[in-house]
Design a binder for this molecule. Structure first.
Ligand SMILES: *[C@@H]1O[C@H](CO)[C@@H](O)[C@H](O)[C@H]1NC(C)=O
Ligand SMILES: *[C@@H]1O[C@H](CO)[C@@H](O)[C@H](O)[C@H]1NC(C)=O
Ligand SMILES: *[C@@H]1O[C@H](CO)[C@@H](O)[C@H](O)[C@H]1NC(C)=O
Ligand SMILES: *[C@@H]1O[C@H](CO)[C@@H](O)[C@H](O)[C@H]1NC(C)=O
Ligand SMILES: *[C@@H]1O[C@H](CO)[C@@H](O)[C@H](O)[C@H]1NC(C)=O
Length: 410
């Protein structure tokens, strides 16, 4: 009885509080330069308990069906939010700013999420800006135990925190994400996407908590961000071209990866990738290209440049691994068939710092299709243990210039 009435008073108090907020914002709207849709006017409540998905959708639908430059505004406060999809097209809208000042908190009830779906989706919009300094809290710690992907090759994936799907001309600026159930952010089928001043954090041992996963996209810029997480800081999947990644501070995490590629049939190519001016510390890998053995069809990775990357205590600072086939995910027959992903025109330039393992450079290419034109220039990677660092190369056509530590391996 006590519990029941206590809860009732909390709800009553928050309804009153929220009703008051609606009145207060109605007055503020008038001075706004763009048309602003404040979620509180649609019934949102920052009590951290009430589900806001219908209120946010109400504000989104109003903004999306409006015209010109519009803003959806989420003020400071903690908003509990069940899974929601913010989708377009928003035909008469020129730019749509999703201004997140507050913190959004996900439900921990996995039954609420459809299989393979995300927590929050932005889809099929042109000219979206997501900004405001706010935070997505995926509340992942309760879900991580249910992640089967580390032990099953074809697994049901847990919800990604924020999925950007089929967007054109997107800007994401000054946004935080903590403890996603799966990836922090996924960029899928997007063209011209720029993210900067991002902050992501999850425990080092949280499974598959990639910072930003990019796939089937082109024209992607990721700049000036801090990513501390349990998996890749940035991962680049199939059919992705023209990506520029710079000034990323990564670690803990698994580094910046291209791949895994070659897991599914009919994957597209990855090309024209530039990764520069990054700092990695305490990561399991630095810059990595990873492809599965026994890939069902062929594809290519070409024109990849890594430049001015600082490593501090990094497990595998430079690694190409085309024999990816972890014991628990592959059978013996997989291992007999080399990867059918071809890798060519890769440049590693000015990469220095410390390696946590003696093997600082691994170029383990496919015996079926050797790597072509792998260039290393000015590499200085010292093993933290004191002995000289080493390199391993297999089926890799390489060229070296400038100072080289470890010594070249062919
Ligand atoms: C994005 O651009 C592509 C072509 O460049 C177009 O087919 C698609 O409809 C556009 N999507 C949106 C949401 O504007
Ligand atoms: C790659 O993406 C492009 C553009 O989104 C699409 O037209 C094409 O079908 C995709 N190719 C593959 C192999 O997925
Ligand atoms: C290689 O990729 C870069 C972008 O990283 C691009 O500017 C350049 O034109 C590409 N080179 C070729 C030969 O396609
Ligand atoms: C890396 O790990 C070491 C030892 O665990 C720790 O002392 C150091 O602070 C870490 N560095 C960073 C930048 O987190
Ligand atoms: C590593 O590279 C950076 C930038 O090129 C340079 O400032 C630094 O002195 C280099 N450190 C070592 C140990 O070579």
């Amino acid at each position: 009885m006590w519990q029941g009435s206590g809860k009732f008073f909390i709800q009553l108090a928050s309804v009153l509080l929220c009703a008051f907020e609606v009145a207060a914002t109605a007055r503020r709207l008038v001075v706004s330069p763009t048309t602003t849709f404040d979620v509180r006017s649609y019934g949102a409540c920052a009590d951290g308990i009430t589900d806001n998905s219908q209120a946010f959708l109400g504000a989104w639908n109003a903004a999306c069906s409006s015209s010109g430059d519009v803003m959806l505004f989420i003020p400071a406060g903690t908003y509990f939010l069940n899974p929601v999809k913010f989708t377009g097209p928003c035909s008469n809208v020129n730019t749509l700013t999703f201004y997140l000042k507050g913190k959004l908190k996900a439900s921990t009830d996995l039954r609420l999420y459809d299989k393979g779906d995300e927590w929050i989706q932005f889809g099929h919009v042109k000219g979206l800006t997501l900004t405001g300094g706010g935070k997505f809290d995926g509340q992942g710690s309760a879900a991580w135990a249910y992640n089967q992907c580390p032990t099953k090759k074809y697994c049901h994936i847990l919800p990604v925190s924020v999925k950007f799907m089929s967007l054109n001309d997107t800007i994401v600026y000054g946004i935080k994400s903590v403890n996603p159930k799966f990836f922090h952010f996924a960029v899928l089928g997007c063209q011209n996407f720029r993210a900067s001043k991002m902050y992501m954090k999850a425990p080092e041992d949280s499974p598959n908590t990639d910072g930003i996963h990019i796939t089937r996209s082109s024209g992607v810029v990721i700049h000036d961000s801090i990513i501390k997480t349990g998996d890749d800081c940035v991962s680049i999947g199939q059919n992705t071209t023209n990506v520029f990644i710079s000034e990323i501070t990564c670690g803990p995490g698994h580094g910046i990866s291209i791949g895994s590629l070659g897991k599914y049939p009919d994957e597209g190519d990855v090309r024209d990738i530039l990764i520069r001016d990054c700092y990695m510390s305490n990561t399991t890998n630095g810059v990595r290209i990873k492809t599965w053995q026994n890939s069902p069809s062929s594809s290519s990775v070409t024109n990849i440049t890594y430049e001015n990357i600082q490593m501090s205590n990094v497990g595998n600072p430079i690694i190409i691994d085309q024999t990816y086939c972890p014991d628990n995910l592959c059978d013996r027959d997989d291992r007999k068939v080399p990867s059918r992903v071809s890798i060519s025109d890769v440049r590693y330039k000015a990469i220095n710092g410390t390696s946590a393992s003696p093997l600082a450079v691994t170029l383990n290419c496919s015996p079926g299709i050797p790597c072509q034109n792998i260039n290393l220039e000015n590499i200085q990677l010292n093993y933290v243990g004191g002995e000289p660092s080493t390199a391993f190369c297999a089926f890799a056509r390489t060229r070296f210039s400038g100072p080289m530590l470890p010594l070249p391996c062919n």
